[in-house]
Design a binder for this molecule. Sequence first.
Ligand code: ARG
Length: 532
Amino acid sequence: MHFKRILSFLFLAPLSLSQLHASEEMSQRIISGTKSDSDSWPFMVALVSKNRDVYNGQFCGASFIGERYILTAAHCVEGKEGQDLDAVIGISDLVQVDAVQHRYSVKEVYVHEGYVDVSTGNDIAILELENDVNYTAVNLADQYLRNNLSAGELLTVMGWGDQDPSRDYTQFKSELYQVTVPLVEQSLCPNIIRSEDNAFCAGFVSGGYDSCQGDSGGPIVVASAGGFEQLGIVSWGEGCAEAGNYGVYANVSHFTDWIAGKTQGLSFHQLEFVGAKTAGLYTHTFSIRNTTGQSIHTSGAVINGSSGVITANSCAELRSNESCAVTILYTVGTLDFEKVSVSLSTDHPQISSVALALSYIGTEVAGVSVSNVVRIANTNVYSSPNAWIGNSNTLQSPLLNDNEFAQMTISGLAVGSLSFDMNVSTEKNYDYLNVYTNGSLYTRFSGIESRSVGINLPRHSNTVVLEYKKDRGVAHGGDRVIISNLTHSVTGQSVRPDGNAVERSSSGSGGAINWVYLLPLGLLTLVRRRFI
Ligand code: ARG
């Protein structure tokens, strides 16, 4: 995943892309791919952040699999909720004028319960839209098709991702590109757990052709009698198109039953961030809607996580087209991010269990020195377990001992963006300023740097957490973070003020805003580990 403007800022500041690639302007690549015909992949989906335009907000690919369901990679949507995302279905050019007519709000996100990180597999997720939509769905490969493919079989992968194979530069185009790569023998792929079949590799030993950052979540297909079948989902790679490293894809046929379970019509929030909570007792209601067409019985409801109890449960019998609810009472005591989940078993043949979770940040109301600096309408400010320090116009992290952290939470931020100037002076790669939006890590900084930061606020009401976290007591730089010029802007990014004239290279100029949006978590992982 990626945010184009961000990559430009991080990697391209000294040189513009046109300078770098003037001589290669005519070559065609996803990495060494070709431009897709506009009607070749009618099931192709662009995942776009809410509150941003399609071109700048596209961060992953996906595929339409029928009714109201979309298939993508877990790492694209982990920690996100439906309200953070839109899906643009069946377009080939991100700046085509009718793109907005193909843009749909996502209602629910279902991430594979066994997903931890890309290197251990299960990098698969389903998105559910509000209503069924009328597009051509892709056929999903089954075990039989998968088992009858041999190494060397040619597969096609497509996306709007990076077209520059180097690790230090990027090049994005608005048009969909595709590339053909051979399936790699499972036992010969160094990038996967070879004994498991939840992922496979594709590419050439010599490299050269590959998917890349920004293509994640998109489909890799194989030609079959009736057209194409989706064999995999773009997951990760060590760099892109490098010799000796292949592209890694989630093996769709391994997840047939999991996909079926998520597309039967049982609908619920798998994860809901409920914001900042001070110590006390809280209640929460999880609801489940049944549109499967049949009655479902549930049993064995259990609660996991910080001291909670189930106080009501109307889900024993859940008739079709009805909703049921499980209400819980939970205690907030710990000062940190916490999760509470409820799981139930069902008698639906394809849905053995359902797990619903809430997350929150346990915290304490900030002192006046801090809240005086955060002068943004309708917000509440919290800081704990070690309090930040407010000083005329700046916010400064406190001095910390080994393994301590200081979180500052601003809740109630309206849709728009939050910007600030930041100066970090920390031990590089050990001590961090972590920035969370609505409970999930958005970006992090380490080492010694000063820069302006812009954060997209996709929801009606957003919570941002700035967390300074130290690992050990090694003194480094100032061992602190200073934040100044905290500003909220209501500028929406879904409609560009300058119409449809979107920059086509990733040189970063010509944007609608004059400060930089920073990368969300997935990309950050890429910057650190250079491989997602
Ligand atoms: N993880 C990347 C993304 O988020 C996809 C990387 C694919 N890499 C590869 N070498 N095939 O977009």
